[in-house]
Design a protein around this ligand. Structure first.
Ligand code: PLP
Length: 400
């Protein structure tokens, strides 16, 4: 007899349909980049204001030369997981340079930031442990707590007192306190000094994911934790990603040798996967040198952020408070955000509408990101296009 269990394909189709009905269907588009800020999409040339290439390094000749030179010498693939024979001298050198840059004793590479967060949290926590996280943390951090089987407790965004309450609710449990450094959809910063103090007071290990601050904030771009002047005793675990300001791909966790070596033993997303291509590590080393030493890029980016915010304020645009390259423009409902993205596209700009469930219901937005590769003229053109595009859309619903 055929069992009565539900079948998965129709269930998935129903969920897709529900998403379509709600106007929340996600769609990819194939880009052909023309230069560091412009790409062709479906035959239309667009200026891109939604990439995470904050320093404009993804097409930098030094990185392209490094990847080409390395692949000429050693081929493309790493050929195995790092514990078998996939750990190349380029990876080892990159780990040392990342540790030195961020002022940590040791660093360990992962193939993506998502995998780093899953692996680090799963290596540390067990069933019955407590994982306290900011409500707006990146999905990979929340998923890491689930994978570990730990009890996940979330606190209101950037509310260190809320985090303290969650930690105090289970004083017996081993605890990890976790926050984005720069929040990926809002662009604001975690209360780092308060979280560091709380971690120490509550004996909870603190993990900061600085995916969006590395390369952008702090002395020599060493990130938001360095900017806050917090050392590895105060912030024992620092995750950084390589696919954003560094313009390549991958991620790392950095901290005291004992912790990092322990994580290397147990992080399943590090152990049971093919190591990243060595030429990619070579390109990232070239990126790191530029991100660390070329302050002019950061200065230009800072000037563009200031210019954009000033112009947006003059136009009365509802930007969230952010001093980072992530400049979200809050529009409210998903349909308005989608319409705004479409209107901008008609004016030659690619900016994605961010809708639930990536952001809370009623907080759909345009996530505008600036890059050191943009020019002042491009920022001015964007401001003009925002003004032209948003005016006809429901008479600027945020002002009514
Ligand atoms: C805060 C944060 N952490 C981790 C990640 C994941 O990094 P990756 O894209 O390298 O998987 C992202 C974004 O992708 C992020 O915004």
């Amino acid at each position: 007899m055929t069992p009565a269990r539900p079948t998965l394909a129709p269930r998935l189709a129903q969920r897709v349909d529900a998403r379509r009905q709600a106007g929340l269907l996600r769609q990819r588009q194939a880009l052909q980049w023309l230069d560091a800020t412009r790409a062709v999409v479906e035959g239309q040339s667009l200026t891109v204001f939604c990439s995470n290439d904050y320093l404009g390094l993804a097409r930098e000749p030094a990185l392209i030369e490094a990847i080409a030179r390395s692949s000429d010498a050693v081929g493309v693939g790493s050929t195995a997981s790092s514990l078998i024979c996939g750990h190349h001298h380029e990876h080892a050198a990159l780990e040392e340079e990342l540790a030195a840059w961020t002022g940590r004793e040791r660093a360990l590479l992962f193939s993506t930031g998502y995998m780093a967060n899953l692996g680090v949290i799963q290596a540390l926590l067990q069933r019955g442990d407590l994982c306290v996280q900011d409500k707006l943390n990146h999905a990979s951090l929340l998923d890491g707590a689930q994978l570990a089987g730990a009890t996940l407790k979330r606190y209101p965004h950037a509310d260190a007192a809320g985090a303290a309450r969650q930690l105090a609710s289970q004083p017996e449990a081993a605890a990890l306190l976790v926050s984005d450094g720069v929040f990926s959809m809002d662009g604001d910063l975690a209360p780092l000094a308060q979280l560091a103090e709380l971690g120490q007071a509550q004996r909870a290990l603190l993990l900061i994911d600085d995916a969006h601050g590395l390369g952008v904030l702090g002395p020599h771009g060493a990130g938001c934790v360095a900017e806050a002047g917090l050392n590895q005793t105060q912030v024992p675990l620092l995750v950084g990603t390589l696919g954003k300001a560094l313009g390549t791909a991958g991620a790392f966790v950095a901290g005291p040798a004992e912790l990092i070596d322990g994580i290397a033993q147990f992080a399943r997303t590090h152990i049971y996967t093919t190591a990243a291509p060595p030429p990619l590590a070579a390109a990232t080393r070239a990126a790191l040198r530029l991100a660390r030493d070329d302050d002019a890029r950061r200065e230009h980016l800072g000037a563009l952020i200031a210019r954009f915010r000033h112009g947006a304020a003059q136009l009365g645009l509802p930007l969230l408070p952010s001093r980072t390259p992530i400049q979200p423009l809050l529009l409210g409902d998903a349909a308005t955000a989608t319409q705004a993205a479409l209107a901008l596209r008609q004016r030659g700009f690619l900016i994605s509408a961010i809708r639930p469930p990536t952001v809370p219901m009623g907080q759909a937005r345009l996530r505008i990101t600036l890059s050191a590769a943009h020019s002042e003229a491009q920022v001015d053109q964007l401001l003009q296009a925002l003004d032209d595009s948003l005016t006809p859309i429901a008479q600027r619903p945020w002002q009514t």
